[in-house]
Every structure is written in C-alpha cells, then in structure tokens.
Design a binder for this molecule. Structure first.
Ligand code: COS
Length: 386
C-alpha cells in the first residue's frame, strides 16, 4: 500500500532535513567512536524509521517499494551506518516475517519492530555458506514440539543488539539443497544462543556484525516461519530480491552525495589560477559520475514500480544491485581523485565513503552472484520461450 502523495512528500522532506541537520554533522564522530548516539537512535524511532516498510496494520508506515527507494535515496546522503541502525528492521530482518509469517507471528513481532523497540537480524550466512545459500550447515532437529538448533552464523548485521533473528537452518537431508532449508524466528534469550565478539571491519564504523552461535538451542515448533518446514530458501530469495533493490537505491543516494561534495570541492579548489572544475579532465569525471548515478536511479525506480505491480523482479533487482553497487564504487573512486590529497585524508570524509561503499558489492549477494543469477534467468526464459 502507498502513502497519500502529500503525506509521502512530508515524510521525505522530514527525512531529508533529519539527514542534513542531524546526521551529516555526526558522521565524523560516529566513525571515530564506532557508535551511533542513543539519542540519535531515539530520534530515528520517533520519525518512524524502524517501520518504513512494515505494513500499517502492524504499526509501520507501509511504504511501497518505490516510496522506500525514494527514502533510501535521501538516506544515502549520509553514512551507511545510520541506515544500518534501522535497515534490518525494514529489510532483511523483517521482510521474511512480512512475506511468509503466520498471522500470530506477525502480530507478535511486527508492531515492536516497527517502533524500534525490537531489533531484528537475518541469519543466513555461515562460515562455509554465503553465496551458496542452499548449502548451509546449521541444523534444526525436531523433537516433540520443539526444535534443537546447532551451527554458527557469520557476519550478521545488527546481531550484537538483535532481539529477534530469522535463522535459516536445515531440517531434513536427502532433498535438493534449498528444499531442506527452514526459517525460524529465534528470540535473543533462547537457551543455547550466544554471540561472538564484534567484527572489526574495513568501513561502516558504527554498524556492527558478529557471529551468532547455536549450541543445542531449543526453540518451540511455533518458531518455524510460516508454520511450514522447507520454505526457508524461497523466503530468503524473496527477501533478498527486495533487499537488493533497497541497497541499490541507497547506492544511488551515496553517489549523489559524493558527486555533490566533489563538485563543491572542484568549484572552490584552485590550481593553475582557476577552479579545478574548469578543467575538462575533472569535468569528465564529474559527468561520468552524474550519468552513471542517473542511470542507476532510473533502473531502481523502474524496477521498484514493477515490483509494486507484483511483477517478478528477480532479474531486474539483480541488475540494479550489480550496476548500482559497482557504480557507487567508481563514483567514490573518482571523488577521491577529484579531491586529490584531500581525498586521501580522514578529515574530508571522502576516504571514509570510499571504504564504506566497498561493502555494497559484497553483501546481499556479491556482484558475481548477481551475474550468475541474471544469466541463469536469461537462459531459463530463453528455454521456456523456445
Ligand atoms: N523468489 C522466489 N523463489 C525463488 C527465487 C526468488 N527470487 N529464486 C529462486 N527461487 C526458488 C526457485 O524457483 C527454486 O524453486 P523450486 O525448487 O521449486 O524449483 C528454488 O528457489 C531454488 O532455486 P535455484 O535453483 O535458482 O537455487 P540455486 O541454489 O541455484 O540459487 C543463487 C543460486 C546463487 C541464486 C542463490 O544461492 C543466491 O541467491 N545466493 C546468494 C545469497 C546471498 O545473497 N548471500 C549473501 C548473504 S545474505 S546477506
């Protein structure tokens, strides 16, 4: 469901102001202290940012995909760590529940996720399974009216604070890999669940990941997402289709911010007696970045609208994720180049963005996974048409 147009415009203006006035000034401190202040998290809750994509009947704002993308463009104008604080509640941490949860599961968790009272995480990746999502090794064995989970999940965003994990585990053997995967809703206090130490990352300081470890972790049978075994792989794929579009939109926003900063710097920085923006070799970099960011924006909006019409966008979402994440990498690289020495120095924040954007080509499916997915679907479509 979409918001009324003027309500959406108001929301977008409010978020734009919040980003510019409250978040941008905090960027350097968040990076230095590796921490988002509690009062900022509280402001995010008050703005409804934890429930952007959660349906209105469960207390969220119920944005459709196009609206969510337009909000992500705005959020991209500041450090990705801020988005990460509420990103899992809107995206991979809650969408499995929204798409495939039972009514009882939705009513139990979505209202608290929408307000940010609870934080959610998506626990799919393992030490030996990431890209090959169907090969995961975490097991869930049924005994009476409970399951016993064993295994380790790795690099799980927001796990250090999460109250609810969507955990993907293998419930049967002997079937084709994906068919034996079941999703479970596991609460933080479940006996046998523990967390590893917080990972030290290349960038995105202020956003945290860690291992989630299950050692004979007992959960009730009611924790099976959707109440049905064997559906976890498809849930994960659907969640990732949507997540990839959101990440693509965020990449567009970050590219726009980097272009804005690069242009401002180029217009003020003088060399050889004139602003460097007057030099055609600088102009070429600015123009390439602008055209590529625009292309990605058009792709994201087109795909988001198609998703809102309930069309299958698996291939298109992968195209967006591949193009937008690679695009923002190139834009960040040019931003460093345009800033010259300043681009390499911490105080200008450009080197930080350069490190931050590197993750987009990796998580929620690497560029190489997107290529495989796109080509596989092309072959499937051609075979079906033959
Ligand atoms: N929506 C709904 N169902 C989907 C789907 C989607 N987007 N994608 C696949 N499926 C279904 C298929 O239709 C198939 O169903 P049937 O068994 O009924 O035929 C089933 O899921 C298995 O699909 P497929 O054969 O394509 O699975 P593969 O193991 O070959 O999948 C890829 C390969 C690479 C596409 C998959 O493993 C993947 O996306 N990996 C990346 C995971 C990822 O992003 N990891 C990052 C960490 S999570 S932050």
């Amino acid at each position: 469901m979409a918001l009324e147009a003027d309500l959406f415009e108001q929301l977008r203006d409010t978020i734009r102001r919040f980003v510019q006035e409250r978040l941008v000034p905090l960027e350097a401190d968040v990076a230095r202290l590796d921490r988002i202040p509690d009062e900022t998290r509280q402001e995010m809750r008050e703005l409804g940012l934890f429930g952007l994509s959660i349906p209105q009947e469960y207390g969220g704002l119920g944005l459709n995909m196009e609206e969510e993308a337009r909000i992500a463009f705005e959020l991209g104008h500041t450090s990705p760590a801020f988005r990460s604080a509420f990103g899992t509640n809107n995206g991979i941490g809650s969408q499995g529940l929204v798409m495939d949860g039972t009514e009882a599961q939705k009513s139990a968790y979505l209202p608290r996720l929408a307000t940010g009272e609870m934080i959610s995480s998506f626990a799919l990746t393992e030490p030996e399974a990431g890209s090959d999502a169907g090969s995961l090794r975490t097991t869930a064995r049924r005994g009476g009216d409970e399951y016993v989970l064993n295994g380790t999940k790795r690099f799980i965003t927001n796990a250090p604070y999460a109250d609810l994990f969507t955990v993907f585990a293998r419930t049967e053997t002997g079937q084709k890999p994906g068919g034996a995967v079941t999703a479970f809703l596991v609460e933080r206090g479940a006996p046998g669940l523990s967390l590893g130490k917080i990972d030290k990352k290349m960038g995105q300081a202020g956003s945290h990941t860690c291992d989630v470890i299950f050692e004979d972790c007992r959960v009730p049978a009611t924790a099976v997402l959707g109440g049905c075994e064997g559906r976890g792989f498809k849930t994960a794929m659907k969640v990732l289709d949507r997540g990839r579009l959101h990440i693509s939109a965020f990449c567009v926003g970050m590219a726009e911010r980097l272009i804005k900063d690069s242009l401002a710097y180029a217009m003020q920085r003088k060399q050889f007696g004139q602003p460097i923006a007057e030099f055609q070799l600088i102009q070429a970099m600015l123009a390439d970045s602008r055209a590529e960011a625009y292309a990605a924006k058009c792709m994201v909006l087109e795909t988001a609208r198609s998703k809102d019409r309930n069309e299958s966008v698996s291939t298109e979402a992968a195209c967006c994720k591949m193009f937008a994440s690679e695009m923002v990498g190139r834009v960040a690289d040019r931003a460093v180049q345009i800033h010259g020495g300043a681009g390499y120095m911490e105080e200008y924040g450009i080197e930080r963005a350069y490190r931050d954007v590197r993750l987009f080509r990796i998580y929620e499916g690497t560029t190489q996974i997107q290529q495989i997915l796109i080509a596989k679907n092309m072959i499937k479509e051609a075979a079906a048409a033959a």
